[in-house]
Design a protein around this ligand. Structure first.
Ligand SMILES: Cc1ncc(COP(=O)(O)O)c(C=O)c1O
Length: 480
């Protein structure tokens, strides 16, 4: 048969296949439309969520079943697309449905976690001689809480539900240290609490949000659990890259609801946003007019000076500073600023939950931020983290492994083969975090996150192990 004949038959076959697939898609769509409408008792977001839950319970919608697009369902049920989207948000929060850009929205399996990047990042043996997989601060470099705790007194402090949510003295200190004059300042239970409150208050199911690539796995999990569509924009050594950001914001048919970024010591790359980069990002973000959520998780142990886009676009920025790395993860405290309007819904949601962060802990933090000994301890920790990073980066460079970035507790080490490198290091008693759970854009899979902040000495021998692991390929790791 001629080439033309073969091509014609192939074309006919694929046309037939496409027609069949379309038929299946339309049939499934119709059946899920009617399954939902038959069970809809109340034309509200909650009523819709109940209808889908009932259909799952009685087996009419099986795990993996694809749900109709929001507009099609809204038209079919005579609801507004906003109501359907709010119903999907409720279902996504309870883990009943999940969204996946290509496959659309589907019923989740019973045992299926909403998403698992964080879990995958933590999956490891627990008995490493040297565990550099944690991303946590060196306990030896945290300020001593003892004096601040022993000074704590409850005398003259009512500690009721009605007191100010932020201890007044702490508010003054935070304002003086903030990278721009904040409109409102809140204290919350850590940066993750802030990200959780902000995301759940501001985002709905199907909202498109821009995140850094690579990014922080718990944030990616959180956004995906809400049903947000996560779009990655690359980070280089100066922060979020302006051109891909502009392209992601202006692509056809795209409406983006928020941008999440880390202004300093980006986890995992260590990048801190340069002043020039901030000035390049500002006009792009100002034009888009959307909220920008900044997660300054390294806080006072970042070597770069505090920076926030809030200096230029205060009405768009929510800036979060964690005290976990600088003063101790178990203080569970972070501060968050934003305009009254941006934070209104966040404040409202918080009032429905924990209400405020323990003022006892806030007073401990206030002491640590003002006591000269504690301040000197944190300054020393910052310098020590810099020394550790510089030492390992230099030792790696001497072995031909170039690490970009350079702030905070972590290094983002390029490797030939991630799995082979992890297996090899594990056999040698060294734990590291795989890079893949941090990847948002395709084509990653070639990095390790190494918490160098925990390494006080022995850089040459550690660099030997890391460089050998970086050069390992899967076949070479067998039998070693
Ligand atoms: C980028 C980033 N955000 C948030 C957090 C969590 O901070 P917190 O302990 O204040 O909740 C971390 C912790 O490692 C982090 O790296």
């Amino acid at each position: 048969m001629s080439d033309v004949g073969v091509v014609m038959i192939d074309t006919l076959r694929s046309t037939h296949l496409i027609t069949q697939l379309r038929y299946c898609y339309v049939t499934n769509m119709h059946s899920s439309l009617s399954v939902i409408s038959e069970r809809l008792e109340d034309a509200s977001a909650k009523g819709l969520a109940h209808a889908v839950s009932r259909a799952v319970r009685d087996g009419a919608l099986q795990p993996g079943a694809r749900l109709p697009p929001i507009r099609a369902l809204a038209t079919h049920l005579g609801l507004s697309p906003t109501t359907v989207s709010a119903g999907w948000t409720l279902l996504a929060r309870s883990g009943a449905i999940r969204t996946d850009g290509r496959r659309g929205t589907t019923i989740a399996g019973l045992q299926e976690p909403a998403s698992g990047r964080y879990r995958r990042a933590l999956e490891r043996q627990l008995d490493f001689a040297l565990d550099l997989s944690t991303g946590t601060p060196d306990p030896a470099l945290l300020p001593n809480l003892g004096p601040a705790l022993s000074e704590l007194t409850t005398a003259g402090i009512p500690g009721t539900y009605l007191d100010d949510p932020v201890v007044p003295g702490l508010l003054d200190v935070l304002r003086a240290q903030w990278p721009y004059p904040p409109d409102e300042l809140m204290v919350v239970d850590g940066a993750m609490d802030a990200l959780d409150l902000v995301s759940r208050s501001m985002l709905r199911f199907g909202d498109r949000v821009i995140v850094e690539h690579p990014g922080f796995p718990p944030l990616l999990d959180l956004l995906e659990s809400i049903g947000a569509e996560v779009v990655g924009v690359p980070v280089d050594s100066a922060g979020l890259c302006p051109e891909p950001l502009a392209a992601a914001l202006t692509g056809a048919g795209t409406h983006t609801c928020a941008v999440f970024l880390q202004p300093r010591a980006q986890n995992p790359t260590g990048a801190s946003m340069a002043g020039q980069r901030a000035r390049e990002l500002v006009p792009i973000l100002a034009r888009a007019g959307l909220p920008v959520i900044e997660d300054d998780s390294a806080g006072a142990v970042a070597a770069a000076v505090p920076i926030s886009l809030g200096r230029w676009i205060p009405n768009q920025v929510i800036h979060i500073r964690s005290f976990s790395k600088s003063h101790g993860p178990d203080l569970r405290l972070a501060a968050m600023s934003g305009s009254g309007e941006l934070l209104r819904e966040v404040v409202h949601r918080r009032q429905l939950g924990q209400g405020w962060s323990s003022r006892l802990l806030q007073r401990v933090l206030l002491t640590l931020l003002t006591d000269p000994v504690a301040v000197a301890d944190v300054d020393r920790a910052r310098d020590e983290y810099t020394r550790r990073r510089v030492a390992l980066v230099a030792a790696l460079a001497a072995r031909g492994v170039d690490v970009v970035g350079g702030d905070g507790l972590n290094l983002w080490v390029p490797v030939n083969d991630e799995s082979a490198a992890i297996v090899r290091l594990a056999r040698q008693g060294v734990g590291v975090t795989p890079g893949t759970p941090f990847d948002v854009l395709p084509g990653g899979g070639g990095h390790l996150r190494v918490t160098v902040g925990l390494v006080a000495d022995g850089y040459e021998s550690l660099a030997d192990l890391l460089a050998a692991a970086a050069n390992t390929s899967s076949w070479a790791s067998h039998g070693r």
